[in-house]
Design a binder for this molecule. Structure first.
Ligand code: FCB
Length: 477
């Protein structure tokens, strides 16, 4: 096939990373533990006992990493700042932490790359978790202070801000499922975390709005929950419940100032409640300039457990991702519908991205008059380093091309999507999976820390250079 799909002029082409996943240097320049440093010390919590202590050593090798972005011709880079670098103790700002990000921002601007800064990509300071973490309302004021410190140091040069990355993961994987730090499994804690995350977001927006030049958004990992059996009313109801606790419980308060009633009732059925106080919903619904979406996989939902080969009683923690963590909603399981799967065992379903973008544009961002950005998309596959040291990652290359094409189709259908960030620039610390799962378009040898762009990086660079997406069958050919 020779035809190709064009993305609009001005479309933002970028790559994304997160502080804990790449920086290393976890105790350098005054940084203290985050909840992920602590979680890595829990036996069995992270594959192979991997930690973030070295990661990609980006803290020291950042100039080389920024050069990679330049060589790929990418115009934007989404990074996150580490809260425990900036505030290693409550109330004490660490200038050396801020200076690191300031150098990074200067390095990006010198290379003509626009920084997009995420304030919270999961590395809560351990001192905050010791005070209740996201379950405590006090987190809101601390997050506002942190936002003030980061904005104060970078706001003259950083114009694109993302308050939170994927609050669903922070709340439901961190406090209910327990697969993520801090590894708690307490339904009320998860529900409290939902509200305090959103409230902290609102507080950060208020801080950032003191700067009229700031462009402010949040990144959600929304899902397209399809009933596994389209003819089954039970599966449709289960899919709607998943939509409630993964999508609507975040999008509705952000865009309409109200929590969805069915989700409030589901929480109540488990004896839990959202700790809403007067004025909270107004704070959460502060107008945004854009919404970021992270999309990785399709999602077929069944009301019944998956076949035993997919979901075992007494299964190890990593496999628990197949039952959808939720509070009081009745069971819901993700099941296989025979589509290709990545090394994460995630279903490859590019059309889900098109459907998601169109749905979110129609239901929330279109009415609010704001654009969407795909702030993460990518895939882990078991890469093979060839004898020449190169990685010909055919599957990841096809994955990225197919998903870019899905973005193009959503744009053609009228969704206001203005950018795409590949996850990730580098192979990195993939949370509970440690270094085993590689999402990078650039390969990292974790012995030597050498970086080598993969074939997918070349495809992505050429798409960014031309604004054109080669259609997937052309890529695979
Ligand atoms: C997302 C996270 C990101 C990375 C990818 C694979 O949920 O935001 O840090 O782990 O998944």
């Amino acid at each position: 096939m020779s035809h190709a799909l064009h993305l609009p002029d001005g479309f933002v082409w970028g790559a994304a990373t997160a502080a804990f996943q790449i920086e290393g240097a976890t105790h350098t320049d005054g940084r203290t533990d985050s909840i992920w440093d602590t979680f890595c010390r829990v036996p069995g919590a992270v594959a192979h006992g991997d930690t973030g202590e070295v990661a990609c050593d980006h803290y020291h090798r950042w100039p080389q990493d920024l050069d990679l972005l330049s060589e790929l011709g990418l115009g934007a880079y989404r990074l996150s700042t580490a809260w425990p670098r900036v505030l290693p103790e409550p109330g004490r700002v660490e200038q050396r932490g801020l200076d690191f990000y300031s150098r990074l921002v200067d390095g990006l601007l010198e290379r003509g790359i626009t920084p997009w800064v995420t304030l919270y990509h999961w590395d809560l300071p351990q001192w905050m978790e010791d005070r209740g973490g996201w379950t405590s309302r006090d987190v809101v004021g601390h997050f506002a202070d942190y936002t003030t410190a980061v904005h104060g140091a970078l706001g003259d040069r950083v114009k694109h801000w993302i308050t939170l990355n994927e609050p669903w993961c922070s709340a439901f994987l961190g406090y209910k499922g327990g697969q993520h730090a801090p590894g708690r499994q307490e339904p009320q804690a998860a529900v409290s975390a939902v509200h305090h995350l959103l409230l902290a977001h609102g507080a950060a927006v208020r801080v950032l709005r003191t700067d009229p030049t700031a462009t402010v958004g949040i990144t959600l990992n929304m899902t397209v929950a399809d009933p596994a059996d389209p003819g089954s009313a039970e599966d449709a109801a289960a899919a709607y419940r998943v939509d409630g606790q993964q999508n609507r419980v975040f999008a509705e308060p952000l865009f309409t100032g109200e929590y969805p009633q069915d989700v409030v009732e589901a929480f109540a059925s488990a004896g839990t409640h959202l700790p809403v106080q007067d004025g909270d919903l107004e704070a959460i619904a502060a107008p945004l300039d854009f919404l970021g979406l992270n999309y990785y996989q399709g999602c077929a939902i069944s009301a019944r457990p998956a076949p035993p080969d997919e979901l075992m009683p007494g299964e190890p923690p990593l496999a628990r991702a197949t039952s959808v963590p939720a509070v009081g909603q009745g069971e819901a399981y993700t099941v296989s519908r025979g589509l290709p799967r990545t090394a994460m065992d995630w279903e490859v379903q590019p059309d889900g991205l098109r459907r998601l973008l169109e749905r979110v544009h129609t239901d929330w961002t279109g009415p609010a008059g704001i654009p969407l950005y795909v702030t993460e998309n990518g895939a882990a596959f078991d890469d093979v380093v060839g004898p020449d040291g190169q990685v010909d990652d055919v599957e990841r290359t096809a994955y990225i091309a197919e998903h870019l094409a899905a973005v193009g189709r959503a744009v053609e259908a009228g969704a206001d999507v203005r950018g795409y960030f590949a996850w990730s620039l580098l192979d990195n610390f993939e949370w509970a999976y440690g270094y085993e799962k590689r999402f990078g378009i650039v390969h990292v040898d974790f012995e030597t820390l050498a970086r080598t762009p993969k074939a997918s990086a070349r495809l992505f660079a050429s798409a960014a250079a031309t604004g054109t997406v080669p259609l997937a069958d052309a890529v695979r050919a």
